[in-house]
Design a protein around this ligand. Structure first.
Ligand code: E4P
Length: 216
């Protein structure tokens, strides 16, 4: 499974990168707003040190507007994936951008039917939002499983990018199901390393080691 870090904070991305956790980056309008920076500047900076796909989302809702904004975004760097919402106009823009060789991340996916349409429109990534489904008591992980099944049934090449991830368990479960990618906030990615028995084990090994009086 490949990991994208879900943030527009350059310092956080660099930290995760040092831990080998960054196969790419996803951003969205909320994350750009949080960064307090201009979208073109921050995406350009991220692309200068991240080799993998960097998702940058259009804000327009109509096809022409999406294409205009998508053009600005894809010109920033070769590894920009233009992110479009799962709407009729978003799917039209996806088809066009994909046919022109631009990576497209179709976002805000909440049903398997929507994911099927994104694959048919040639999306590079489909982003099913697990956490936001769980938030309204709908089974987010079931959506990942259903999309996996559909894409495998018809050999669609669109990558399943598990998104809106809130916990380490979300990542583990999505990986077991076979999601190709997961995008998660830096804190969740860093949380993957943690286990209380690892800490406990280190503590007891160190205590015993001290008793030997040895150094290496
Ligand atoms: C994905 O690309 C989105 O930016 C992100 O996963 C949304 O997560 P949220 O539901 O925690 O805002």
């Amino acid at each position: 499974m490949k990991f994208f870090v879900d943030t527009a904070d350059v310092k956080d991305i660099r930290e995760c990168q040092e831990m080998g956790l960054v196969d790419g980056v996803t951003t969205n309008p909320t994350l750009i707003a949080k960064s307090g920076r201009k979208i073109t500047e921050v995406i350009k900076e991220i692309c200068s040190f991240v080799e993998g796909p960097v998702s940058a989302e259009v804000a327009a809702l109509d096809y022409d507007g999406m294409m205009r904004e998508g053009d600005v975004l894809r010109k920033i760097a070769k590894n920009v994936a233009v992110k479009v919402p799962l709407t009729v106009d978003g799917l039209r823009a996806c088809r066009k951008l994909s046919s022109e060789g631009t990576m497209v991340n179709v976002t805000l996916c909440f049903s398997a039917a929507q994911a099927l349409l994104a694959a048919k429109a040639g999306a590079t990534f489909i982003s099913p939002f697990i956490g936001r489904l769980d938030d309204i008591n709908l089974p987010g992980m079931e959506l990942i499983a259903n999309i996996r099944q559909i894409y495998d049934n018809y050999d669609y090449q669109t990558n399943i990018l598990a998104a809106s991830i809130r916990s380490v368990n979300h990542i583990t479960e999505a990986a077991i199901i076979g999601a190709d990618y997961a995008t998660a906030p830096p804190a969740v990615l860093k949380g993957l390393v943690k286990h209380p028995l690892t800490d406990k084990g280190i503590e007891s090994f160190l205590a015993d080691w001290k008793k030997t009086g040895q150094t290496i």
